[in-house]
Design a protein around this ligand. Sequence first.
Ligand SMILES: C[C@H](N)C(=O)N[C@@H](Cc1c[nH]cn1)C(=O)O
Length: 494
Amino acid sequence: MNLPGVLSLLLVISTAHAFQYTELAQFIDSHQEEYVEILRDWVAIESDSSNVMKRTDLHRMMEMVAQKLRLMGGTVELVDIGEQVLPDGQTLPLPKVVTAQFGTDLTKHTVCVYGHVDVQPAKLEDGWATDPYNLTDIDGNLYGRGASDNKAPVLAWIHAVGAYQALNMELPVNVKFVIEGMEETGSNGLDAMILAQRDTFFSDVDYIIISDCGWLSRRPALTYGTRGNCYFFAEVEGPKQDLHSGVYGGTVIEPMTDLIGILDTLISPSGKILIPGIREAVAPLSDEEWKMYQDIEFDLEDYKNKIGINQLMYSNKVDLLAHRWRYPTVTIHGIEGAFSDPGTKTVIPAKVTAKFSIRQVPDMDPAMVKKQVTDYLHSVFAKRKSPNRLKVTMVIGAKPWLADTQHPLYEAGKAAVKRVFDMDADLIREGGTIPIARTFEDVLGKSIIMLPIGGFDDGLHSQNEKMSRYNYIEGTKLFISYLNEVSQIKKTSV
Ligand SMILES: C[C@H](N)C(=O)N[C@@H](Cc1c[nH]cn1)C(=O)O
């Protein structure tokens, strides 16, 4: 074919894509209300994976996801992943994992979209302005627990596939789904399931796509790293039951005093981790990283205003982003057994359990962190010469994940963002953890992209979590466009 012929063929192909996108995008716009209603139904289910009392809701949630995918004609399975062993030795069934498949064309790439539909705990009394389980639209923001983390993004992927189907357009790639219900507690049981199905469900998967994170600002982003998380329980036990603090106070060595004392040795007020060995394991910040962080648009004043504080741990952008994304940190989350109700109970708690976690980064290793923390806390406790008993347990050990931003998946992401938002995407990392990310990479040897659609101010895990209609709807268009871009990656890239 001569040059003008080739050019006109390219024009036909690109016009066909543009036309297809426009039609698909219009379809998404015209189905917005329907998408909001489905999100309302999903948010209404209190699928809190950390609360064993809510396990029935979680099972119902998984069934609802499976049913939605079945109605779209997918090949759907609810995979039994066994039981969860609780700290007291009791067991209860884990929520089944939903797998689904749309398309089996061997000439096409196959992507596997991973997401989760369990949520963090939420109560109106925590300070929510609206009922966390009744999706409430205020000024274009859809408030509800799990709206952004991760129900709307999972739905957006489903709507993207549904739009192709509804318009009788062939999916540009085969799409598989893996949707779980235990992400918020460390993805219990999912590693084993992935290993078990490596040569079956996952055998033809080329790429993994995860949309379980958010943008850094109003600019769309592609995420290339997540921190890991080691979550600990430190239990101090003393008298055989709670005691009156007036009658017994001053005569017993109190478990709570011991616990607070050892917790205070984990991290300094300026954020320096005091556990020997942790900081030494962290990969140094490279000049290239420094430059990347320096080039990102990010306003520290906006960040402070958003979270309602007047001083940050670091006052320059690079340090702040680095400590948010690629340095470890210790957070003390709570103390079980401590008196926390309103009022003035005067008690010496007999047994208290601190919950704290350490976000991890390359080159830290959960097994090593477990040993470092356990040895350190026991040595600090021993110095107190307390008669109380300390028990340290690591209940989650999730590894960090880091991608190669030169991979064609990221080029495809940039192109999709450009098409939908007419902007260049930020390349960012995520301070939070996707516990299963490293397993996908290590067990399946597949490349991953994180393609977030959550807003920078969505309030994940916090009061008044929300997903904006804008991000939900434009995010669905992004996914539609992304599938097209991935279909154009040369078949040899892994
Ligand atoms: C980033 C993701 N949306 C998320 O919030 N993940 C949780 C997972 C986790 C880690 N430890 C326990 N659960 C998180 O980062 O807290």
